[in-house]
Write a protein that binds this ligand. Structure first.
Ligand code: NG1
Ligand code: ZN
Length: 531
């Protein structure tokens, strides 16, 4: 068959190193860029099959997010802008690991199992981050797409959430926005301007925000977006990629894990700052107080701020809609306590990885989900969106309710509901702080984080560790959890867990306790039990 002859021919130009086995992990394939050429080609093929199967546009993003510049990665995006389903993740792994001579058979196997109609049209959107290897690797994806006779639309440089947005726009015929850069910037900036236009007397200080672009795509896209914001936000951009290396000593992951300022950001006491990660799907905020002490506002603080804002608006609008917050085991214990006990919102804890949070959040009228590392967004059910829009339009709605409903409607427009989006989250946080007339210090004071520490441990085989209870307890190897329990009991307000990373060849250790010294000591003691 001519089609497969083309696959055989082109796949030989993207050969798989014999014996190399890679896994479609938490966020797709991710490893040193040198090992990825065949993976990219094959993900181009798989995206075409997925597109034919779903009769919709599928996205392929080339990025390794917060990983070092030498790494790269790829993930597929399903029609509504969500992560691809677990079964297709398995297909991705199978296709990636088929040896060269078995590739066509592996492809045929998926076609048969999914009964893919090969005469169906296919459409694939492709985006890439700023890594030096991304250009070549995205070309390999395009080769895969075209060797199955399909059309690939290459957006070039995009943030990950921008590609998710484009895919959703394309598959929803304009109701979510236009699948262009201008469509993205216009939708978000208009919503932001609508939200902030009624806030009286915003000073220049309130409009000013320092942004660490992690020397990546987020910096580039912030620059592009600036004119659309019409000076309603004045961004001072650092680590814009003109000098430094991607993610090196900067970016959201660096700031969150090390709990200190990124290099290259000049900060004065009280300045409001945020950091994006390498593909701009994560964000954390921070400031230095007058004593020079660093304060981090991570994903948990962001989820809390957004939940407070939404709950208040829902009350003002008289709308009886349930707000829930989805977290992972990494959520600071203080945040969970505050959300459950003070705010009385439902809190759900799920396994690490955005897809788990996203699915859990879909079960509620309004699901706010954030990983502690700053990856998150808010999902509104169709019914909730409908009720908000109806109230905003209803001529009989009184003024207070109308105001709240309009704010909620613009909030929905500002949020990228497909996936965490640093730019969209940043604008939402800025709007909430303005509307509630809050400083970053007041936001930080909502609750006090328990001191915590995250460590990485290199082990021979991280897969010997198996966990349960949303990764909060280890079931394997025998005796590990008992040892952790004994250590945890030595400290006050303490908690600790271990889990194998889904994106790096390490075991992650997390500990929190009443003081930083104790959190550090507990993390260290737990990491010793893992060896
Ligand atoms: P792993 O490597 O599985 O811990 C990390 C993050 C996740 C998620 C993924 C994808 C932590 C502790 N883990 O996963 O939250 O963001 O990367 O990028 O931050
Ligand atoms: Zn990322």
């Amino acid at each position: 068959m001519a089609l497969f002859e083309k696959v055989s021919h082109y796949s030989a130009l993207h050969p798989k190193p014999v014996g190399l086995v890679l896994q479609y992990g938490t966020s797709g394939f991710r490893t040193n860029a040198k090992q990825l050429d065949h993976i990219m080609y094959r993900m181009g093929l798989l995206a075409v099959l997925r597109s034919k199967k779903t009769k919709a546009t599928i996205g392929v993003m080339v990025t390794a997010s917060h990983n070092p510049e030498e790494d790269n990665g790829v993930k597929l995006i399903d029609p509504m802008g969500e992560m691809v389903t677990p079964l297709w993740e398995e297909y991705a792994t199978q296709l990636a690991n088929a040896e060269q001579e078995g590739l066509v058979t592996a492809l045929n196997d998926i076609i048969e199992r999914e009964a893919v109609n090969m005469s169906q049209d296919a459409s694939v959107f492709i985006g890439k981050d700023t890594r030096p290897s991304s250009e070549r690797l995205s070309q390999a994806v395009l080769d895969g797409v075209s060797s199955l006779g399909a059309h690939g639309h290459d957006y070039g440089l995009l943030t990950t959430p921008q590609l998710h947005f484009m895919v959703r726009c394309k598959n929803t015929d304009g109701s979510y926005g236009n699948a262009t850069m201008e469509g993205y910037y216009t939708k978000l900036s208009q919503a932001f301007i609508q939200l902030t236009k009624h806030v009286p007397n915003r000073t220049d200080d309130q409009k000013r925000l320092l942004v660490d672009g992690a020397n990546g795509i987020g910096a580039l896209k912030m620059r592009e977006m600036e004119p659309f914001l019409q000076n309603e936000l004045q961004v001072l951009l650092y680590n814009d990629g003109s000098q430094g290396k991607l993610n090196y000593l900067c970016g959201a992951d660096h700031v969150k894990v090390l709990q200190k300022l990124p290099q290259g950001v000049e900060i004065a006491a009280g300045d409001r700052c945020c950091s994006f990660d390498g593909d701009a799907d994560r964000i954390v905020y921070y400031f230095n107080d007058s004593a020079g002490k660093f304060h981090l506002l991570d994903g948990d603080k962001i989820a809390t701020l957004i939940s407070i804002y939404l709950k208040e608006l829902l009350t003002q609008a008289g709308l009886d809609l349930q707000v829930a917050v989805v977290q992972t085991a990494y959520a600071n214990g203080s945040s969970t306590r505050y959300l459950e006990e003070t705010m009385k919102v439902t809190v759900r804890c799920v396994k690490t990885g955005v897809k788990h949070l996203h699915h859990a959040a879909q079960e509620f009228d309004i699901g706010v989900y954030f990983e502690a590392n700053g990856h998150g967004t808010v999902l509104f059910s169709k019914a909730a969106e409908g009720r908000i829009k109806q109230l905003a339009l209803d001529p009989n709605t009184d003024d207070e309710k109308k105001r709240a409903a309009c704010l909620l409607e613009n909030t929905i427009n500002l949020i990228n509901q497909t996936v965490g989006d640093a730019i969209s989250d940043m604008l939402l946080i800025e709007a909430v702080l303005a509307i509630r007339d809050m400083t970053v210090q007041q936001w930080n004071a909502i609750y006090t984080d328990l001191p915590n520490r995250q460590l990485k441990v290199k082990v021979a085989d991280r897969r010997v560790i198996d966990t349960t209870d949303a990764e909060r307890r280890a079931v394997k190897p025998a005796g590990l959890q008992d040892a952790i329990d004994v250590l945890v009991k030595k400290y006050q307000m303490s908690r600790a867990f271990v889990r194998p990373s889904g994106t790096e060849d390490v075991v992650r250790v997390y500990a929190e306790a009443d003081t930083q010294e104790n959190a550090d000591a507990l993390a260290h003691e737990v990491s010793v039990t893992v060896y």
